[in-house]
Design a protein around this ligand. Structure first.
Ligand code: SF4
Ligand code: SF4
Length: 135
């Protein structure tokens, strides 16, 4: 569950507010997101994965950590290098290798890639109605 927005690290980019599927954040007057509806958090880690400056911490526990928990203490979480840990694990961010490329799941590795000839040829951009400017 989302526990921490680091006000000192946040650059007020709004990305976490946009990607959160359950609208947990409100934008504060200073642009820093505020955890407004913590109980709606699904512990999906999307906000942490997308935050470009590792300003968020999502606890792996799917319930509020509470004021006495190390999961809600920013200094402790930073000391353990946890903010942005999910983003690092999945390999998002400059200079990292995608987690999909590092995957060693033998089942997934056993599935051969589709031959390219079975993939439909992509439509030319100009022919797609999705690319036409509206109005
Ligand atoms: S973990 Fe998911 S549901 Fe929770 S605040 Fe982040 S994006 Fe929203
Ligand atoms: S994604 Fe990170 S930097 Fe951007 S508003 Fe959210 S906490 Fe701040």
């Amino acid at each position: 569950m989302i526990e921490i927005v680091s006000t000192s690290a946040c650059i007020a980019c709004d990305v976490c507010i946009t990607v959160c599927p359950t609208d947990v954040f409100d934008r504060g007057d200073d642009g820093i997101p505020v955890i407004a509806r913590q109980s709606d958090c699904q512990t999906c880690f999307m906000c942490e994965a997308y935050c470009p400056v590792d300003a968020l911490y999502v606890s792996p526990v799917s319930a509020p950590a509470g004021p006495d928990s190390p999961h809600s203490d920013e200094a402790t979480v930073i000391r353990h290098g946890l903010p942005g840990g999910y983003r690092e694990m999945v390999g998002w961010g400059r200079g990292r290798t995608s987690g999909a490329l590092r995957d060693r799941n033998p089942l997934l590795k056993a599935v051969p890639p589709l031959p390219e000839s079975r993939l439909p040829a992509p439509a030319p951009l100009a022919d797609s109605p999705w690319n036409h400017p509206s109005g």
